[in-house]
Design a protein around this ligand. Sequence first.
Ligand SMILES: [Zn+2]
Length: 180
Amino acid sequence: MAPDPAYCSTCGTELDDREIEGRTRRYCHNCAKPIYRNPKPCAGVLVVDEQKHVLLVKRTQPPAAGSWSLPAGYLEADEPPQEAASRELHEETGLSVSTSDITLHDTNFVQHPSGQHILVVIYLTTRASTTGSPTPGSDAGAARFWDLEEIISSAQRIEPGYEGIFEAAVRVTNTTTSDR
Ligand SMILES: [Zn+2]
């Protein structure tokens, strides 16, 4: 968790703690209201191919700039998460996928250096459901498929907190495409 704010962003008054709705929240006496802190939604898609490799992009923006993660980005104000996920996949990797061919896989919380908490909605699809060939977009330094061994052995280059999510994506895709 990021440190709680010390001052009201509206009026500048020093904030207090107050028990509200079962949580200790920052409270501005002058504005007579609590300071709610909510995550900002983001969405992305994991693409797994027939060799159980996962398509990752090299991040150029915080958080975790320079690490490899799933293609993902912030939702537009009126954009459903599956549409944002499909759009970001296309923008960052050049691959296209229909929103009807992606399924909800997991969610993750990450924290921006600014202190903003981000809720990442993670979808899953197969390479066979996509069209195009991986080409890094302007928001990605690189885009390529990784095998699981590589993800585990070079974990420090993977965005922290994602190794288990990527492993599970490979495991689930295994079950549905090869084992049945
Ligand atoms: Zn205030």
